[in-house]
Write a protein that binds this ligand. Structure first.
Ligand SMILES: Cc1cc2nc3c(=O)[nH]c(=O)nc-3n(C[C@H](O)[C@H](O)[C@H](O)COP(=O)(O)OP(=O)(O)OC[C@H]3O[C@@H](n4cnc5c(N)ncnc54)[C@H](O)[C@@H]3O)c2cc1C
Length: 323
């Protein structure tokens, strides 16, 4: 059986969880394994019908008042209890901040290995292998597993969603006993005027040192206001300069994104930045230096001053979106 962890944020299933479930469905078609999904929380809404559409056959709703807010202690304890009861062969998590926090704890508690941030699953002669980027995306490692359960986290925005289908399945609600929780969420503080997260957006518009100031990031926000489902990203230089919050940083020590469109303005394309965005489906780079390394990964490159290009682009996009 394959068990998929489903992340709920603000009462909604995160898209990356449906992508993980979709990949589980593709794997299950080859291995003939059933798919179970697990949702954790308290007073949970019934998310099952959506999960059945994406291939889950059974949905476990694990509840306890201590599971109301996420904590790696309590959530890993809940998953481990379920795993010991239902014995899945494969456990998949989305490689979101939560999945990246949770999966290693679950693997450690079960004393098994973990493959994180996988970009491909290969079923080879009925054996399960994964591909994951290593050395900041310079190379790819193919990994197989000796011990079960296999645990892997899947990079968001890489695995396509399956066509949802009307399906029925079984919902199993469990009240768990959770104890020994060492960390507790006291308060959730939202960033003021919170914008779409870069990992969730279909279009990421990023700025680097070439933007010159915090004030100039307004230009990127103007583009984002025209483009639906877009978010603002940044290089580490822009974040270190204090022009934009660290939650916008893309790269090795920031977030990994794979949007349909990644636009890089005034970003040189250092290997640590490329590690976080080179799997984007289409990359547009604007840089006045023709030798900037970003052009090696760009689908389209514009060698020019970004302060000239952004206003022209804005006008064209306005026309396009008002048609
Ligand atoms: C351990 C480690 C981890 C790191 N993690 C990350 C990470 O997660 N993310 C990350 O981004 N970096 C990371 N870095 C830093 C990385 O090495 C680079 O220093 C950083 O990405 C450079 O940012 P930049 O491209 O904005 O700046 P620069 O390299 O200074 O490039 C600025 C670019 O803007 C162009 N430019 C300037 N003015 C204009 C203009 N008017 N019009 C058009 N183009 C213009 C220039 O030609 C230049 O190419 C990490 C480094 C280390 C050592």
């Amino acid at each position: 059986m394959i068990l998929v962890y489903i992340e709920i944020r603000e009462g909604k299933i995160k898209k990356s969880s449906l992508e993980t479930l979709s990949e589980a469905k593709r794997v299950s078609e080859k291995l003939k394994y059933p798919i179970n999904a697990v949702v954790i929380g308290y007073n949970l809404d019934d998310f099952s019908s959506e999960l059945f559409k994406y291939g889950a056959e059974k949905v476990y709703l694990l509840e306890n008042s201590l599971l109301k807010d996420y904590s790696s202690d309590s959530y890993s304890s809940a998953i481990v209890q379920l795993v010991k009861e239902i014995n899945p062969e494969i456990i998949l998590f989305p490689a979101t901040s939560m999945g990246k926090d949770l999966a290693p704890r679950v693997a450690a508690e079960l004393n098994v290995s973990l493959a994180s941030d996988c970009t491909q699953i290969i079923i080879d002669n009925n054996s399960f292998k994964v591909v994951r980027p290593v050395y900041a995306g310079k190379a790819f490692a193919k990994m197989s597993f000796k011990i079960k359960p296999i645990i892997a986290t899947l990079r968001p925005n890489i695995f396509p969603l399956v066509e949802p289908q009307e399906n029925k399945g079984e919902v199993i609600k469990k009240e768990l006993s959770i104890s020994g929780v060492k960390a507790k969420v006291r308060k959730i503080v939202r960033e003021e005027g919170a914008e779409l997260d870069v990992t969730e957006a279909e279009i990421v518009i990023s700025g680097g040192r070439g933007m010159q100031s915090a004030e100039n990031f307004k230009l990127l926000r103007e583009l984002a206001s025209i483009l639906p489902n877009s978010a603002i990203g940044a290089s580490r230089s822009a974040v270190d300069a204090g022009w934009i919050g660290h939650q916008h940083q893309v790269g090795q020590t920031g977030k990994t994104v794979s949007p349909n469109l990644y636009m890089a303005f005034g970003i040189s394309g250092a290997i640590q930045h490329l590690a976080g965005m080179s799997s984007s489906k289409c990359i547009v780079a604007v840089n006045k230096d023709p030798d900037a390394p970003i052009f090696k990964v760009a689908t389209y490159g514009i060698v020019d001053d970004l302060f000239k290009i952004i206003p022209a682009l804005k006008e064209e996009l306005k026309k396009l979106y008002s048609e």
